[in-house]
Design a protein around this ligand. Sequence first.
Ligand code: GCB
Length: 609
Amino acid sequence: MRWSPLKLLLAATVLVCGSVSAEPALHNIYGRQHLLLDGRWNYIVDPYETGYYNYRRQPYDQSEGGSGGFYDDRKPKDKGDIVEYSFEGSPTLAIPGDWNSQDAKLENYEGTVWMRQQFNAAPKEGKRYFLYFGAVNYEAHVYLNGKKIGSHKGGFTPFQFDVTGKLKPGQNTVIVKADNTRHQDDIPTVSTDWWNYGGITRDVLLAEVPETHIADYQIQLAKGDMRRIEGFVQIDGPQRAQDVTVTIPEAGIKTTVHAGADGRAAISIPLTAKQLHYWSPEDPKLYGVTLSSATDTVNDRIGFRTIVTHGRDILLNGKSIFLRGVSVHDENPLIPGRLRGEGDMRMLLQWAKEMNCNYVRLAHYTHSEEMIRLADEMGLLVWAEVPVYWTISWQKPEVFDNAKQQMTDMIVRDRNRASVVIWSIGNETPVSEVRTNFMGRMADTVRSLDTTRLVGAALEVHRTGDEITVADPLADKLDLVSFNEYAGWYWANNSDMLKFHFNITANKPVIITEFGADALGGYHGDADSRWSEEYQDQLYRNQFKMLDAIPGLRGMTPWVLVDFRSPRRPHPYFQDFWNRKGLLTQSGKKKQAFYTLKAYYDQKQKQYK
Ligand code: GCB
């Protein structure tokens, strides 16, 4: 069919007006009644976006009742009919899972892929249904039974659509158009040091909740106050004014609060001295917590701890702590691709624990909710971050809105996780006025959403002669002096790096967010030979000397736990498209520096006993 210009214009208008952005996701999605839509999804690779645009590059009608694109999932009506695509018979991807690592032809693919799943539903009266995506990289357009239900941008945070009234009893079809093309005005932007894994990389769920339900809540210790639980509960639906009872049976807590017409109630629960067993890496105690109202009940497992800074100290539950950390990417070195489930996640966190870590930096984007819940359970403190990385289009309001949305979605998702102690607003953002304004507003966003945690950013260092400083006005907005520094690798080397010294005068704790060196596992040389395990090992030893001289040093997360794939790393022998700064190789073998860092952490642990 050829479309008249008027019809095309109308369709385009409806498309713009009719496209619904995703809504903030329900808190604690795994605690809700749900159907998991993971599994094998049929997919069609669509580099020219034939399923979305007609031959004139006009989008097909995406309005209610609109049709034309692959979302129709059309079958030929009769033998004379022509349909040039078919999900039936198309290959399948395991979801959650990126496409780059599942189809050799797609290893470097950046563009559109359509994915289809079919499922049975039995929608009930008086219930609301949300189609929830843990993460889709990067831009997602979602269709249910041939109708567009909305779109979302951002590859690492969850989103959902209200599909109440749109589900059919019996078989339903969900189709996702995902596009991982990089753009300058996105978050992250075109240049990163990680693989741009595209697709539905985390769980897809159909959640069922009562019409009036508990949508969100925070139940945490008040900032620095070990004797008070503080937070809120938010009810959504037609009967918002309700009582909500919070019970923590093991701690003998039962409190009822009243939500007004806006569905919101503040929570404040005084505690006696020994009422709670506080969460810590040594003893990651989680309590069963239940929120119940006349219409809904939600269960969670929550740990209680305080985190504050005091001068140059970091106090966990009032006690000085050294953050013995390591940086981690959401990537499985053994089976290429993003982490696909608890087994993968446990493997990475267990390696960190073996190194005697009490802390991980989940860099440089938001990792999955399961990973954070595992950190809660295994006793690892967490630095959580959004992909505001390197050079963003700082001056554009819509880019700020995107960054703010990703930050908000991360906080809303993880605000009840004891492990998360630091929200990071970004990584290595070069100093300029417009950037500092942008990042300052990001810090304000975090503080407006959560007062109980610290705010950080991985800053850059500045060198004058032999002196290394952090000359960044953003530091005033942060709770920590936190920075990446590559002494001995990108500048200086093992034989001259020790002539440099840090001069950091701020009365705040100092956390090194990255340092490191590439080493090809099994490649040996002396401590001056780049790429050798000995070079990396010596660099760590030198770093400890330099860093221990900083009076406020309270932690570090060397770069990085395990080798990871990166298109920026083409050296044919040493890299082969892997960043080799891992303390473990791509096959999980420990490099020498693994043991050196462990020994350093053993000693730090004794020091902070
Ligand atoms: C950095 C980046 C990180 C890179 C690392 C490197 O500063 O934050 O994403 O992977 O350096 O290896 O160069």
